[in-house]
Structures are given as structure tokens and as C-alpha cells.
Design a protein around this ligand. Structure first.
Ligand code: V47
Length: 354
């Protein structure tokens, strides 16, 4: 059976076949991915009303691609107090945010309680607000810095009110590329183990892949297959999020950036390869809103959220520091031929904009 027939018959593809997908022309790939997306979600495109909070940029780790961490080219260190974090939450809740997406650098100064206390205080004040917080990289950092186990950190997160985990810190799982990009940070095996443990607690999470830098196409397929293998066991991943590498203000020297065509192919291939992760997020922050809207026809069914403020990718050049206006977001999705659906953090539908 040839590759296209296999996809049409929903037969799972292996590493070699995944790599071969890149040789197909963009529109064939798009049609194949769109067929799968339409089968699952019709014309619905999901988004949420959320707020990103990045409480500190002080970081003990060194990742070449990061422009946000204050240990590198960014000399402006900051760490928010719990009161400052709560003031942001108060304001965002008053503006309608239903999810706080909280991701920090690896701050060696303030202890585990600085992380957990913030979640507890948010949850005490807003029990129904969804707290999506702590990447596997942060969890691994806390275990290294403070000598506690993954199990202890994960249990503390649950006790403190964390509802789900974001997909950050996955970067690229290939060990050689990973060593070059972010030596010393959570390993691929550890990243997957932490998500497995989180899923075993009945909790859900997302998974990212940072691409468009020094990795190969084969590395991307390998990354997807490692996630697919874990998902077969736990079923705990909601969304896969390919993050397009942003190039400013960091130490990663990249010769060739991916074309729009390569980015769209990567979305379409993600939809085809990851047959067991329901949602494919074209995160508008790194794809640009224009390409994210087109990605809806290449397998993507989710555009993330209004965000309100974003510090990690905007430090590296993304035009996302002020988030996205809700009315504009809805209008853009509608005008691109899709039906905007506001979802909660776990993909329950809240409002369909017919
Ligand atoms: O893991 C850092 C990435 C991630 C750059 O789970 C960069 O719903 C591009 O994980 N260019 C954090 N990316 C953000 C993240 C995320 C975002 C949106 C939604 C979700 C979710 C998760 O940001 C890090 C890292 O891979 N990143 N530097 C850069 N120069």
C-alpha cells in the first residue's frame, strides 16, 4: 500500500514513512491533513480566553534559543511577588480570562513555596479559574535544586491547585540536538516521564515541539513518535503544539529559517502522524496570525488564546507582547471560513460563534 492510501485508510505511519511525507507536495499533504481534521471537528476552530503570566525571568539553566532568560542577553532581571501575580490575575479575571497559563524561568532564589504559594493564593481567591502551570522543565529544575522527587512536586502542584500542565520544555527530543540546544535541562526521557506521572494522576497536559532551528525533519518525526508512544499508554495529552523558532536576541545561530511552506507541511504532518492526540494547535504567537489562520486548512483545529500579554516568544521577536483582541480574533477565524469556538482549558465547548 502506498503512503497516501495508508493515510486514507488511517494506518499508522512509522519513522521512515513520516520522513517521506515531507517529499509530498504541500497541497496533497494539506488535503490529507484537512480530511482528518474535518472528520474530527468539521469547520470548528477552538480558542480560549486566557492570560499568560511569566512570574520571573531569573534562570539557572542556559538554553541557546531563549531570549527571555535574564541569565543571557537580557540583563533586566525580575521576579514577581505573590501580590503582584495576584494583581495581574484580578485584572485578567475582571476582563473575562478563564485560564491562567503560568510559566516561569528556573529561579534558584525563592524556593518551592514561591512557585506553589502563588497557585494556592490564586485558587483560594478564584476556585473556578483554571490554572495551567509548571512545565516539565520547571518541575525537573525544582527536583534538582531542592532535592525532592518528581512525585513530590506533582503532588504539591495538585494540592496547590494546578489543574493542567502546559507543554513547554519539550524542545526537540533527539539527544544530540537537545545537548546542543539546552544541555543540563530536563532530558527527553525525564520530560516524558514527568508527563506520564502527571497523566497517571488523572490529569491532562499538552506537548510542544520547538522547530525551525538546527533540527532535521527526521528529528521532528522522531519527536512526534516518542509523544505518540506515550499517548498510547496514558491518553493524557490534549494538544500538540509545534512552536516555530523565533530568532532575535539569543545565542542560537541558525542559517536557514523554515519557509511558510515548511511550517505548513510540519502542521499537516503532525496531524497525520499524531493519530492519538486530539488537538493540533497552531500557536499564533510563533506562527504569526496569518499563517495560523492558513494552518486551519492544514490540520490545525486550535489557535490557542487571547493571551493578553506574552513575554517568552516576544523577547525573541514574536509580535505577541499584547495578546489578541477577542472580537478581532473571532472575526479573523470567521473570515477565514471557520467557526470560532470558545473552549475551556480541557476543550469543553463554551460558546460557538455561528
Ligand atoms: O518550551 C523559548 C519556547 C516554550 C523560543 O501548553 C521559544 O498550551 C520559539 O510551551 N522561539 C514555552 N519558542 C511556551 C509553551 C507554550 C506556549 C503556548 C501554549 C502552550 C500550551 C505552551 O517557549 C518553551 C520553548 O520551547 N521558546 N524560546 C524561541 N526563541
Amino acid at each position: 500500500m502506498d503512503l497516501i492510501e495508508k493515510i486514507k485508510n488511517r494506518i499508522r505511519l512509522n519513522q521512515e514513512e513520516g520522513e517521506a511525507l515531507y517529499e509530498l507536495d504541500l497541497f496533497t499533504l494539506g488535503e490529507l491533513a484537512d480530511e482528518i481534521r474535518t472528520e474530527k471537528f468539521g469547520k470548528k476552530s477552538y480558542f480560549n480566553i486566557n492570560r499568560h503570566i511569566n512570574p520571573t525571568n531569573v534562570c539557572a539553566d542556559i538554553c541557546k534559543f531563549c531570549a527571555y532568560s535574564a541569565s543571557r542577553k537580557n540583563p533586566n532581571q525580575y521576579t514577581m511577588s505573590h501580590e503582584e501575580i495576584l494583581a495581574i490575575v484580578d485584572n485578567s479575571v475582571s476582563l473575562g480570562a478563564k485560564e491562567m497559563h503560568i510559566v516561569s524561568a528556573h529561579n534558584p532564589n525563592d524556593g518551592v513555596e514561591w512557585y506553589m504559594g502563588a497557585f494556592r493564593k490564586i485558587k483560594e481567591k478564584y476556585p473556578k479559574l483554571h490554572v495551567k502551570a509548571m512545565t516539565a522543565a520547571e518541575i525537573d529544575f525544582l527536583t534538582r535544586e531542592y532535592g525532592i522527587s518528581y512525585d513530590e512536586v506533582l503532588d504539591l502542584m495538585i494540592e496547590s491547585g494546578v489543574d493542567s500542565m502546559p507543554g513547554g520544555g519539550a524542545e526537540i527530543f533527539d539527544e544530540k540536538v537537545r545537548e546542543y540546544l539546552c544541555k543540563g535541562k530536563v532530558t527527553s526521557e525525564q520530560w516524558l516521564d514527568i508527563h506520564k506521572k502527571w497523566h497517571e494522576r488523572g490529569k491532562e497536559s499538552n506537548a510542544t515541539m520547538l522547530f525551525g532551528h538546527v533540527e532535521s525533519r527526521a528529528n521532528r518525526i522522531d519527536h512526534m513518535i516518542r509523544l505518540r508512544n506515550l499517548q498510547d499508554i496514558t491518553g493524557g495529552f490534549n494538544a500538540f503544539i509545534p512552536l516555530v523558532y523565533q530568532r532575535d536576541n539569543n545565542f542560537l545561530k541558525v542559517k536557514d529559517f523554515p519557509t511558510g511552506q515548511e511550517i505548513l507541511k510540519t502542521y499537516a504532518i503532525s496531524r497525520i502522524m499524531l493519530d492519538n492526540i486530539p488537538h493540533l494547535k497552531a500557536y499564533w504567537v510563533t506562527a504569526s496570525i496569518n499563517l495560523a489562520l492558513i494552518a486551519q486548512e492544514f490540520g490545525a483545529d486550535d489557535l490557542d488564546g487571547t493571551i493578553e500579554k506574552e513575554s517568552i516568544q516576544s523577547a525573541a521577536g514574536a509580535k505577541s507582547s499584547h495578546g489578541m483582541n477577542l472580537e478581532e480574533f473571532v472575526a479573523l477565524i470567521k473570515n477565514s471560513g471557520f467557526t470560532p469556538v470558545e473552549r475551556d482549558s480541557l476543550y469543553n465547548e463554551l460558546r460557538v460563534y455561528e
